[in-house]
Design a protein around this ligand. Structure first.
Ligand SMILES: [Zn+2]
Length: 75
């Protein structure tokens, strides 16, 4: 897991979300303090799957959403 530091308040952001997409993993980080509005300073980190070695750990965490992108139904 990488560390994400906020450029506004200079504090480390907390991971609040994790999603798997077909090509990449997407992590969401937010500030957890009174200084920043998460809607302004939220950080989205996209990691190509082949470079991401923290997936296994992320999947064990409660914020993990196992939703995969829905596949288009065959016609
Ligand atoms: Zn901040």
């Amino acid at each position: 897991m990488m560390s994400v530091k906020c450029g506004n308040c200079d504090a480390y952001q907390t991971i609040v979300g994790f999603r798997k997409l077909p090509e990449k993993n997407v992590y969401t980080y937010e500030c957890e303090n009174e200084i920043c509005d998460p809607n302004v300073t939220r950080t989205i980190v996209e990691v190509p799957r082949e470079f991401d070695n923290s997936t296994k750990r992320a999947e064990e965490l409660p914020y993990y959403s196992s939703e995969e992108e829905p596949e288009a139904p065959p016609e």
